[in-house]
Design a protein around this ligand. Structure first.
Ligand SMILES: *Cc1c(COP(=O)(O)O)cnc(C)c1O
Length: 432
């Protein structure tokens, strides 16, 4: 296996003509302790610098997040919402302040519209089993898209098995752009919900959710948006979009695992029954009957992910300090650079070339299995994802068993994009 040079020691690659960095990338990298570690270290052999290009699966955590969670556990920890004592009130205030941060991040009209879940997947399950079970029945239709992550497919299928509605699917073209004419033709009197992604985790396509929502609302149909791959790359405004539900997951936004967000329009949430029962979500309980609290607490049964919430708050502060527009500009430079370099390599095919896409590059190399590419790249320190990316219908649409995926985050560099290109060249050489 040929060695790739250390991307941090090599001479500057030829990036004349690239825009200036919108922030000090080396200082930003210092904020993420894991980025300075080596991988594949063994006795007698220095490891490889980590080139982490698996951000669409999960992003690394800045020190600000790690420290906020550690501080919470060390000094400010207690259960929330029910204690009268000092620590419980302090922890409750800190946890509830995160709801305000999320509200501001996505510009929701009110903090009561922000529900904490354990991840994006749970947010979909919550809406499918509460709103879906109450609303959907035989003869009804919901519209998804072919770009969806399994999190926005399977929860609907579980309720479909009980309720017997139909699922319609918006197709995409060969670049990964949704077919809005086909979508408009699917909308009709039977349509009860549209649920689509804002950003594809496989292709990077950013979908025209404003237009999708406008068309649905013209039919009186509510719309749920999967923002898991959008909030990480761009500023999102749920009021400007007029979204009815908006979902994202904390660990892809440089926060911890174990916390996600469901935004829901107040009027819709108020009419939804509880999702899970237990403590914290009730107004009063008796064996003759129980009454429930107003949203968002009605949907937050049991002790919430307190420490994770504190971590998510720190992550939101962190990305806001850098600026989502700056992160977007930085990632766009990486995306364009890596796309051009990869596409120029013979036998490499990029899967998903929609204009304005997020910094996610799926690709295949003719005659080489994606798993082999991923394993060889890993030997060079380059962390890629290979497989079906929790989006099997989309892989089927493109007639592929699997792809390799490189996904960039706010801390990746042009030198790392070069390391990716070098890894692909080395893999090709290996299989020659
Ligand atoms: C990762 C991802 C999800 C699911 O996130 P979880 O944290 O696993 O719940 C849903 N949708 C998209 C587009 C994703 O990228």
């Amino acid at each position: 296996m040929p060695d790739t040079p250390d991307p941090r020691c090599r001479p500057q690659p030829p990036h004349k003509g690239l825009p200036a960095e919108p922030y000090d990338i080396e200082a930003v990298r210092e904020d993420f302790p894991i980025l300075s570690r080596l991988v594949h270290e063994r006795p007698g052999r220095l490891g490889k610098p980590l080139v982490y290009l698996d951000n669409a699966a999960s992003a690394q955590k800045p020190r600000a997040v790690i420290d906020a969670m550690t501080r919470c556990m060390k000094l400010e920890y207690s259960n929330v919402h029910r204690g009268v004592h000092y620590l419980s009130q302090q922890t409750t205030d800190a946890y509830e302040a995160v709801r305000d941060k999320v509200q501001k991040l996505i510009n929701a009209a009110s903090r009561e519209e922000i529900i904490f879940t354990h991840n994006a997947t749970e947010a979909f399950n919550l809406v499918a089993s509460s709103w879906g079970r109450k609303t959907l029945g035989p003869g009804d239709e919901i519209i998804l898209s072919v770009l969806e992550h399994h999190a926005n497919i399977v929860p609907w299928q579980l309720i479909q098995a009980e309720k017997g509605f139909a699922i319609k699917v918006i197709p995409c073209d060969d670049r990964g752009i949704l077919d809005l004419d086909a979508y408009a033709a699917l909308l009709g009197p039977r349509t009860k919900l549209v649920s689509v992604t804002h950003g594809s985790n496989v292709l990077g396509t950013i979908t025209p959710v404003g237009e999708i929502i406008r068309l649905a609302h013209a039919h009186g149909v509510p719309v749920m948006i999967d923002g898991s791959q959008a909030v990480t790359h761009m500023a999102v405004d749920v009021q400007a979009l007029d979204a009815d539900f908006y979902v994202f997951t904390g660990h892809k936004l440089y926060g911890p695992t174990g916390i996600g967000v469901l935004y829901g329009r107040k009027k819709i949430l108020a009419a939804m029954p509880p999702y899970q029962g237990g403590g914290d979500m009730i107004a009063s309980v008796s064996f003759n009957g129980t009454t429930f609290r107003e949203p968002p607490y009605r949907f937050e049964a049991g002790t919430p992910p307190i420490i994770e919430g504190i971590g998510l708050g720190a992550a939101i502060d962190y990305v806001k300090t850098l600026g989502l527009a700056n992160i977007c500009a930085h990632e766009r430079t990486l995306l364009e650079y890596a796309s051009v370099r990869l596409a120029a390599i013979e036998g490499v095919r990029l899967i998903g070339t929609a204009p304005g896409k997020a910094a996610i590059i799926s690709f295949v190399i003719e005659g080489i299995h994606p798993h082999d590419i991923g394993m060889l790249a890993d030997q060079m320190g380059v962390a890629l994802r290979v497989g079906r990316h929790c989006a099997e219908p989309l892989m089927e649409r493109f007639g592929l068993e699997a792809t390799c995926r490189a996904s960039f985050g706010l801390y990746n560099t042009i030198a790392e994009a070069e390391a990716l290109v070098d890894a692909v060249l080395a893999v090709k050489e290996f299989f020659r």
